[in-house]
Design a binder for this molecule. Structure first.
Ligand code: ZN
Length: 145
């Protein structure tokens, strides 16, 4: 599972590391996720997307209740979006301590899912941009090479 060429689903166009990877094919979209969300929340989501775009090219990996951000692997996600804020996570290879993380899940020896909540546009600051830059490299599987 090193940096093999990606398999691309012919139906929805999403790329995957493993061929025939099970996924919610074509059923969900960013548009559907944002439907009926308050304007402030949509603004948070869009600013978050801008920070991801600044890291490099990526694809959206939409699911029923969340939006993943993917290069080769999903490296970040918006897991909830409402007037109360935006719940997000970044995938890192290390436990990064910050009081801003709500919780850190260890999914493997080099896989830490760091959860945080964004409540205002000001929360999407330089520090979040740094987390995304680091997780983007995980998404690109640079930690395996
Ligand atoms: Zn598909």
């Amino acid at each position: 599972m090193r940096r093999e060429p990606l398999w691309t689903c012919t139906k929805c166009g999403r790329p995957f590391v493993k061929p025939n990877h099970p996924h919610s094919c074509g059923e969900y979209s960013v548009e559907a996720f944002l439907e009926n969300k308050p304007p402030d929340a949509i603004e948070l989501f869009q600013r978050f997307c801008d920070l991801v775009k600044a890291c490099g090219p990526f694809t959206f990996a939409p699911a029923k209740t969340r939006i993943g951000f993917q290069v080769r692997m999903i490296f970040a996600a918006v897991n909830g979006l409402s007037s109360r804020g935006m719940r997000c996570h970044v995938v890192l290879t290390r436990r990064l301590e910050s009081p801003r993380f709500d919780r850190i899940e260890k999914l493997g020896p080099r896989c830490y899912v760091n959860h945080f909540t964004i409540r205002t546009l000001d929360d999407l600051d330089e520090e979040v941009a740094e987390w995304l830059n680091e997780s983007y490299k995980v998404g690109n599987q640079e930690h395996l090479s």
